[in-house]
Design a protein around this ligand. Structure first.
Ligand SMILES: [Zn+2]
Length: 395
């Protein structure tokens, strides 16, 4: 069978092409069309994403490479001579990212002997995996070299070589052992085997910007943006920085200092608030103790409030610091109830037994020891829970 000519490799800029349908076979709910030639770059795992476009105005849902064939998946049947169109915005974006990747991999290899052992391109970002650790300085140095190569507007050429011929070249990476290898050469710079689509001159990449690095296996995963993607990212970042600057009414170069100041102030405020809250809770404990119900030398406190469980626990522990106290504290909000039951260290009520019964009333979850028990439930029936506890203790 005739195989499809990969026109996208000969001319990555061609957006329209007439081709002849060799076969079009229905499979499940799709037609799989093979043409004598194609401008559609196929879907590959990792690497460069497939092209988007149409054949005779019918959307190509997927494009796959099977052996030597490029298979186009369509919802309708096609035959004869057809017209192929690809989305060039998307294609050119892929060309920018892909050529950028060659240059970035070259920079890390040339400057630090770092090998690219992985490459992934998605619709939003591209990553390469290096086998070396990176410092911030190393990344910046590589970025500088990459962008210098862009300013020099070097020619990018694709040429086919036999394996033997290719091995005589100064390849950045050992290629697969194929009879014919497609070699991409960035003038006086990177030489590597690749089947993807690339720009003609490095200037078309516009910019290469690393956006993130993270430790990956023994090396580093480098995330980067090229061309329009980098510009779009810059626009968003600049917009955010400007918004933050006007929010803090400061220049953008003062943002870091101001944020640090705000974070430290916030930490101090939280600490102060916590201290004040504890003081307030101590007053509340004292107040509750004044109004305790005394029965056979035991002082009982039953309270219903809207405090959070943390405060209830604090107040309860303050009350039971003195001898002969039993405290049942319930708080109620729209979303449910919290319950804390405690007793002084010299007491030996079986408060766990009463707690368990009260807990069921508010559908609470929690526990504790025989001197302090707490739970929070999703039923807003605090008064019922408190009355029940009162009856149990004072019966
Ligand atoms: Zn490539």
């Amino acid at each position: 069978m005739k195989t499809s000519e990969k026109i996208y490799q000969e001319n990555s800029y061609l957006t329209e092409l007439e081709a002849e349908v060799i076969s079009c076979i229905k499979k499940d709910d799709c037609y799989e069309a093979i043409l004598d030639k194609t401008i559609f770059y196929p879907h590959m795992s990792g690497g460069q994403p497939k092209d988007e476009g149409t054949i005779n105005s019918i959307k190509a849902c997927d494009v796959q490479e099977r052996g030597d064939e490029i298979v186009h998946m369509l919802k309708e049947e096609i035959s004869g001579i057809v017209t192929l169109n690809i989305n060039f915005c998307k294609r050119f974006d892929h060309m920018q990212q892909h050529t950028g990747q060659h240059i970035l991999s070259y920079a890390f290899s040339n400057l630090f002997d770092g090998n690219t052992v992985g490459f992934h391109m998605s619709d939003n970002y591209t990553t390469i995996d290096l086998d070396i650790p990176l410092t911030e300085e190393m990344t910046e140095q590589a970025e500088q070299l990459c962008n210098k190569i862009i300013y020099e507007n070097k020619i990018v050429v694709a040429k086919n070589y036999s394996y033997e011929e290719a091995m005589k070249l100064d390849l950045r990476k050992d290629p697969l052992k194929l009879d014919v290898l497609r070699i991409i050469e960035v003038e006086n710079c990177d030489i590597s085997a690749c089947g993807g689509t690339h720009v003609r001159n490095t200037g078309e990449i516009g910019i290469i910007k690393v956006t993130k690095t993270e430790k990956y296996k023994q090396g580093t995963r480098v995330e980067f943006l090229c061309g329009k993607r980098a510009l779009d990212d810059y626009i968003i970042k600049n917009r955010n920085i400007s918004a933050l600057s006007s929010l803090l009414t400061c220049r953008s170069d003062m943002l870091m200092d101001n944020f640090e100041k705000i974070i430290n102030e916030n930490k101090k405020l939280k600490k102060d608030m916590n201290n004040l809250n504890n003081i307030l809770n101590e007053y509340k404990a004292r107040d509750l103790k004044i109004n305790a119900i005394e029965n056979e030398n035991v002082k009982y406190i039953f309270s219903l409030s809207d405090e959070d469980v943390k405060d209830l626990r604090y107040i309860c522990s303050k009350i039971t610091e003195d001898e002969n106290y039993v405290a049942v504290m319930v708080s109620e909000t729209e979303s449910g109830c919290s319950l804390v039951i405690g007793q002084s260290k010299n007491m030996n009520y079986d408060i766990k037994n009463i707690f368990e019964k009260c807990r069921v009333i508010i559908n609470g979850k929690g526990g504790g020891n025989n001197f302090l028990l707490q739970c929070t439930g999703d039923k807003s029936n605090g008064a019922e829970c408190l009355d029940f506890a009162k009856n149990m203790f004072l019966k």
